[in-house]
Design a protein around this ligand. Structure first.
Ligand code: URA
Length: 238
């Protein structure tokens, strides 16, 4: 079976599809010893592919669901040498997080070496639902609740909210917990949404992602996804 070169590189876990495309265009990919810069080039299992001098081997694909603790970065390596989410998982594969959560955000994060699936899930049009539990520094006013439901403009683009619920109010301490489901993935979007209405997000946890939940995983714990769960994630392909 033939497939596009960038797809083959992404599947190997070497890089995401977008990164693979950059490598091809930069002349860093060799097929059977020859530089190939054409993005649509088809390759088969028999072709010998080298990326930046490394021979590609078909790597076994692995998928993890992590309950991310605070004070971990959602990258594979950090220039400030902070602990990364990848450090928390015992594997010899080159895994990377699917999207990102802030340093101080906790909760559900997927990690994999499957560049294809990562591209599917992080594509802006994939509309993957993500549910967060946010602790606010004030009780959310009903007026603001409805503003959020209607869609607040951030950088000129509405944040579409699929679900919004006040879970708990503490009038004495003047805080509340809000459950919110969105389908977009802009950086710091939940914090920015509430800041826009003059609330501070004191704590943020992602409880659900693409139909998956944290289950009984404690902070820092992880599990592998089942085959069925991986297949269900592929349904977000557009
Ligand atoms: N929105 C945020 O503000 N932070 C996250 O980590 C995720 C969504």
């Amino acid at each position: 079976m033939e497939e596009r070169l960038q797809k083959r590189i992404a599947k190997s876990g070497y890089a995401s599809r977008r990164k693979a495309e950059e490598l091809i265009l930069a002349g860093k990919v060799l097929v059977n010893g020859k530089v190939v810069t054409e993005l649509g080039t088809k390759v088969s299992i028999k072709d010998k592919i080298e990326v930046e001098g490394n021979l590609l081997e078909k790597e076994e694909l692995v998928y993890y669901l992590l309950n991310k603790p605070r004070e971990t970065v959602s990258t594979s390596s950090d220039e400030l040498s902070r602990k990364t989410v990848v450090d928390l998982i015992e594997t010899d594969k080159r895994i990377f997080p699917v999207g990102r959560l802030d340093y101080d955000t906790t909760g559900l994060l997927l990690l994999t070496n499957d560049g294809e699936l990562t591209n599917i899930l992080t594509h802006p049009r994939s509309n993957v639902p993500k549910t967060y539990l946010a602790k606010l520094d004030k009780v959310l006013e009903m007026e603001d609740f409805f503003k959020i439901k209607e869609g607040v403009l951030i950088d000129g683009k509405k944040v579409r909210v699929k679900h919004l619920k006040i879970k708990k109010k503490d009038k004495k301490k003047n805080t509340c917990f809000v459950e919110i489901t969105i389908t977009e993935g802009r950086n710091h979007i939940i914090k920015r949404l509430f800041e826009n209405l003059h609330y501070d997000v004191i704590k943020l946890t992602r409880t659900h992602y693409a139909g998956l939940d944290l289950g009984t995983l404690l902070s820092g714990e992880y599990r592998t996804l089942t085959r069925k769960e991986v297949q269900d994630l592929l349904k977000y392909r557009r």
